[in-house]
Design a binder for this molecule. Structure first.
Ligand SMILES: Nc1ncnc2c1ncn2[C@@H]1O[C@H](COP(=O)(O)OP(=O)(O)O)[C@@H](O)[C@H]1O
Ligand SMILES: [Mg+2]
Length: 187
């Protein structure tokens, strides 16, 4: 996680660093350009969302002028779903979220999935993957069934499909969160 923050911060460039006018050299705040993405997986309450926001905070603290957006997958689908009487331009909203320099997509695979949610997620992740826009994805499900897993547990691949999983594995480094649910520990 800390390694990821360092990578992103190092890749962030000063807006005027390449300027021919030396008076502008390196003076500006650095902006996030491109960088790797992370897939944070682990059961509920293991601290994925907490860590994801922590990473965003570290980047802003490191002086990266970053425009970021955080949304849960469920809210994203809720907001993007065309509803009668609500006049939101869904394409524009999605376009905005897709292109934000730093995105946290929280709780992927938690919402009920459909062909439509898959399409929305696939387009979002494809574009961000192709353009190397840093994206933090969290999920309560492990990405795929692995040898050590007891029985037939539900995995992210079952929930979001092969296309999305393959996008994710192409663009993200996996980080596994383990441990008890922190929400219960504090009582
Ligand atoms: N490193 C931490 N230190 C203190 N509190 C934490 C830490 N990580 C998580 N928490 C708290 O534990 C609870 C669950 O964390 P959260 O990030 O929401 O888990 P997840 O997203 O994995 O379900 C939250 O109330 C959060 O504030
Ligand atoms: Mg969470």
């Amino acid at each position: 996680m800390a390694q990821w923050v360092r990578t992103i911060a190092a890749a962030a460039t000063s807006p005027y660093a390449d300027s021919l006018n030396p008076a502008y050299g390196g003076g500006g705040r650095r902006v996030i350009a491109r960088g790797p993405s992370l897939l944070l997986c682990g059961t509920t309450g293991t601290g994925k969302t907490h860590q994801a926001y922590g990473a965003i905070r570290s980047l802003t603290a490191a002086g990266c002028a970053v425009r970021w957006h955080a949304v849960t997958a469920a809210d994203l689908y809720g907001q993007a779903r065309p509803r009668p009487g609500v006049d939101v331009d869904v394409e524009w909203m999605l376009r905005d979220i897709t292109r934000v320099p730093l995105l946290l997509l929280d709780g992927l695979g938690a919402a009920k999935s459909s062909e439509w949610t898959e399409e929305v997620t696939f387009r979002l992740l494809s574009w961000r993957g192709e353009n190397h826009l840093p994206t933090l994805v969290t999920s309560n499900l492990p990405p795929v069934q692995s040898a050590g897993m007891p029985g037939r547990r539900e995995v992210l691949r079952d929930k979001v499909g092969d296309r999305i999983l393959s996008r994710l594995s192409g663009m993200c480094t996996d980080i596994e969160f383990t441990g008890p649910d922190r929400r219960f520990q504090r009582r």
